[in-house]
Design a protein around this ligand. Sequence first.
Ligand code: GCV
Length: 841
Amino acid sequence: MSAAAQTADQAWLRYIDPHGAAPRLIPRNVRALGASPMEQSAVQELVRGISGLTGLHASASDTGTHNELVLGTTEELRKAYPSSTFANDLGPESYSLAWLPSTTASRLVVQGGDERGVLYGAFALLRLLASGDGLLGLNLRDHPAFSIRWVDEWDNPDGSIERGYAGRSIFFEDGSVRDDLAPVAEYGRLLASVGINGCNINNVNAAPQLLDSAHLKQIARIADALRPWGVHLAMSVAIASPQSIGGLSTYDPLDPAVKAWWIAKAQEIYELIPDFAGFTVKADSEGQPGPASFGRTPADAANTLAAALAPHHGVVLYRAFVYNHHLDWRDPKADRARAAYDIFKPLDGQFAANVVLQIKEGPIDFQAREPVSPLFAGLEHASQAMEVQITQEYTGQQRHLVYLAPMWKWVLDTDLRANSQPSPVKEILAGKTFHQPLGGMVGVAGIGRDRWLGSPLALANLYAFGRLAWNPELDPAQIATEWTQQTFGLVDTVDRIVPDLLMRSWPAYESYTGPLGTQTLTDITGSHYGPNIESSERNGWGQWHNADAQGVGKDRSVATGSGYAGQYPPELAKLYENPTTTPDDLLLFFHHLPYTYRLHSGKTVIQHIYDSHFDGAAQAAQFVTEWSQLNSRVDPALYADVLGRLQYQAGHAIVWRDAIVQYFLKLSGIQDDLGRAGHYPGRLEAESALLTGYKIIDVTPWEDASRGKAVSCDAASLQDAAQRTCTAQWTWIGLSGHYNIAVQYFDLQGGAAKFSFRYRNRTVDTWLADAKLPSRIPNGDNSTRHIIRNVDLQEGEPIFIDGTPDGPDPAAFDYIEITPADAPSGAWDIYSHPANAAPHP
Ligand code: GCV
């Protein structure tokens, strides 16, 4: 495999043991009783894993020895060892790991309820080894909680990926399936290692042409690459396909010709891909065509597809993400959060047995915090799968460390009290609560060619998704530890710090973005990344938080609001109806309240907004300090990569903090009890400097820049056009001493502007604005912090920032911030160390 190849080893299947801490007492002859591709994959993986983890040579063998690892299905094992006893109740996909009782041989057996169970058993054994657990007396069995454990990829035929943050598709390029599918097989390994059994390969905003015969033949190659890893291929389909590629005059799901078209299409697919898993459907949503065009219901559409797939044992995952994005924001009864329940609840009981309703975890759209969708409790006669996002669309787009397992676990554990009985979401999904045949979890993964998820630590989310979909009882902290052990090996301190960072990351992100259930407060009509508080308001998209001068929050009560709270079963409905019983972290999702309203914590809403943003940003700064302790304990390139990402995050958390804080300070007019809001000691605004070439600009939205303004280099107006550099100058009037100087600049898409810090006729530091961030105008998407450390400043001396534009990037910047070099917990925590800087007079 070439050096540039994309492999599962870049994720957690590394099988390294840098300090020899993994147990070595394991047979090294590995033998499968069956010849099936999945059992052969299991052998191959065990040989690779045992060799890597023990440093001893392991090998596959065809003949039995006295010291061996034997793999087989129950049936195969019984045949091979007729006088031994094996568990006789292992279901499909289940496994057991145990030593075969014998006085003469040492035989460790991986028994699978079927071939896929053998494969999962092999990975479970490797997981044990990687965690340092001894295998003596091993006797373990396990089975998946859910039948559906899928990842969805939103890949387009041209190779782009909707909401993907890790490069281009591993499946498609230029309208066709890629020639090189080696990464697909590697992805199959990764998925199998955590028990994922399905992969939907294309965007739910589905390109109809992928269903034509030429593309299906190509797609069969993807299924071939995934099959040895027990991963079934599924596809998103556009409901309009019978018309758009089938040549019919309609796509009405109840039209006989349309039904026949789907039956023939399913037949064609199964001839090419006999183990095809099924279809995922997004219809009547965000501009996608759907049954509503013909006055038909989602059940009509789902059942037409289901009938076509049923003879082949395929399933339809019909998404409940159906809503009107042209809502009237002036109507207090209008509410996007209501949509899924309002549309699907009345159809309960009308879906075919092989239809699964795929429901996003919350009623809106993967926000930093939402309540659990009430539809889970509303559908008593339909199988259900919960859709979550592994790709971090609204949670920092993999530039921010946000480990999502605690969020998913919180949803899984939430007891909706359907019919006033215990009914945690995990049991509804398992089909236990309402006695349904199917169900599970679907994770929108967004993997690409840049090391799967781009950011090394983001891979913990893919891992954790698989583990929770296998067993929703697992503890996210334990999963974080497992992932860390497999990714970094058993390394002291690393196994403490990495899980700790992961576990603190979601609360921190929620704190510095949208607390109290206000959702993410990001640019919802654009990038979904940086702060843009009003982008949710006064438009039909319905992600409203309704902030005004008196208060904030959307009234979703039954008594005075949209009535959404009433969609929950009575016990929860009662809880959410009243602000006094609504949990603080969801309060503003359900209620519009004055800024002076007191939370259960005793703080006012406004003080909580201030505090949580300062706390969240301080946490992000802490992450840098913590990670720094791992210097020389992890691979140097990985160390530097993660360090750079965490430093960026710490800087961007400040952008978030300041945007939200100054916005709500202005809107509410209420001061921060701790005096921080609106006061930034040590900060020198760019617009207050002596400017040469630089022009003062208004940043949009205003809250994304300190005091709403920044400077931009208008190179055309420079006297010395050849030099093309603009300058901002201040005089340092603080005490002489050593300082860190943070420069908050805008790193726009396109062009790589150059910045320098200069004083005493010397350029001390130069850097390029060449990161890949959203937006072509200066705003919170691309506001970035660069820190120059340990600068010796003398009272009264001039200091300069020089900016050289490049193409569309005008070297714009917001401010500099000067803090004592010895400030604790990173240079961002400046409040106990006010520097006495002043702008140029
Ligand atoms: C695939 C959100 C995303 C869209 C996505 C949609 C969905 O709105 O921003 O990119 O479309 O969800 O889940 O269908």
